[in-house]
Design a binder for this molecule. Structure first.
Ligand SMILES: [Zn+2]
Length: 263
């Protein structure tokens, strides 16, 4: 049996477990004889991940859930293959994620970024259960509270378990956030709300979907929130911005006329 490298009691992360980078974070939460996965990653790492789980002596038939934090291809491409290897698992995610996954949607999931010649498989898969704000997932005696945390995308979920938050693509250790993109369903105002909720919560540790685990540090979160406030008034963020103050400045200049002397 392989040693179980728990990050926190009852929590294993498969990149940490493998001691190398496999892809997005894949969290295994276990208690009593049940276990679940939060995200599964790309299809080509599913078999290796399942093999690591088997080596840690988790009976494959006791996988209760595989949860999609959101429907981005790097988090969910392996769901279809995972269902074949872990047939007992109930696949679940936000209703909007379920809709994208059911049709194997390509643009909103980033399987297709034509301007960058990115075009990868996005196997369609039907989620068994739709979950959102207020739902609770039980794993043995543990409870994961489902938070709907839109911003990066409208189908982003986070999961609170005691003082831990599986935080998806809301924020990373360096204060960066999941990318903001109109074609992806991003919303900066929602994002600020989600980050404020996380910052002001009792949660002590953030377990992100990319990169290392970190503390819920109010200073880090506040700096990120302020940055996003800035974004919401900048042309850089196109239709994701709520306004652009330069337009008002220009309007008064159009009325008064341009004067090189005062420019
Ligand atoms: Zn991601």
């Amino acid at each position: 049996m392989q040693e179980r490298r728990e990050l926190f009691p009852h929590v294993i992360e498969m990149n940490y477990q493998a001691r190398r980078r496999l892809g997005c974070s894949v969290y295994l939460v276990f208690d009593a004889d049940e276990w679940i996965l939060i995200d599964i990653g790309y299809e080509d790492t599913v078999e290796e991940i399942v093999e690591l789980i088997r080596q840690m002596d988790f009976p494959l038939s006791n996988c209760k859930y595989i949860v999609a934090t959101h429907a981005d291809v790097d988090h969910v491409q392996g769901l279809k293959r995972a269902r074949e290897l872990l047939p007992s698992a109930v696949l679940c995610g936000h209703p909007e994620a379920a809709a994208l996954l059911a049709k194997g949607e390509r643009v909103m999931t980033y399987a297709e970024i034509s301007a960058q010649k990115i075009s990868i498989d996005m196997p369609s898969v039907k989620l068994d259960q739709k979950i959102s704000e207020g739902d609770v997932l039980k794993v043995g005696n543990l409870e994961l509270e489902v938070w709907h945390t839109p911003g990066h995308t409208n189908n982003q979920l986070s999961f609170r378990m005691g003082n831990l938050l599986f935080a998806g693509d809301n924020i990373y250790r360096d204060g960066c956030v999941g990318n903001i993109d109109a074609h992806h369903g991003s919303d900066i105002v929602d994002f600020i709300e989600s980050l404020t909720r996380i910052r002001d919560s009792e949660v002590e540790w953030l377990l992100p979907s990319h990169g290392p685990v970190f503390r819920n540090d109010p200073e880090l979160l506040t700096a990120t929130i302020e940055r996003l406030h800035g974004y919401s008034h900048m042309a850089d963020f196109g239709t994701c911005a709520i306004d652009w103050p330069l337009m008002e400045e220009w309007e008064s200049e159009l009325v008064e006329g341009f004067d090189p002397e005062s420019a």
